[in-house]
Design a binder for this molecule. Sequence first.
Ligand code: MN3
Length: 204
Amino acid sequence: MKFVLPALLYDFGALEPYIDAQTMEIHHDKHHQAYINNLIAALEKCPEFQPTSTESLLIDLEDVPEDIRTEVRNNAGGHFNHSLFWKIMKKNGGGEPNGLVADAIKKSFGTFAAFQDIFNTRAKKVFGSGWAWLSVDKDGKLTVTGLPNQDSPLSYDETPIMGLDVWEHAYYLKYQNKRPDYISAWWHVINWDQIEENYRAIIK
Ligand code: MN3
């Protein structure tokens, strides 16, 4: 099993002015790489334990040797979460979703605006470092959650299709203490086509 940093599909500056190039570069090249390095280092301590995928580590955390379980939770989570995060953003993104995910959002939350409001509130309320998530639960229903640290919805029986990183490293250079401004700006870079693809892959 190899754990490799996925290349960004756009330039570091592609999400300007909403997310600045320097933040993207440090976030992708340094922070994400560090999660991968730490995951590899943790797994090297238990060579008899051979995971089949990053996802399987997070879905079956209880199968991970106890000595390295917390490191795996944090760093496999960091690797998986950021891999999803880069893909659900793009240059000239934003707007409203179309397709099946748009229908599901309306069914679950009433309107797109109501969904945005719930998601924003979750993102603002994450205490300290964590993420806000839109996921699909075991019954195929959409859920919005806030999770601490690098916890993945996968470890909570849910499959994420969209997530917002609200660790300070994701926004502090440009937004400092103003997390709500970062959250508002982020809606302008969302790649709804990818989120639709993520959703279809789960409900198929
Ligand atoms: Mn991050």
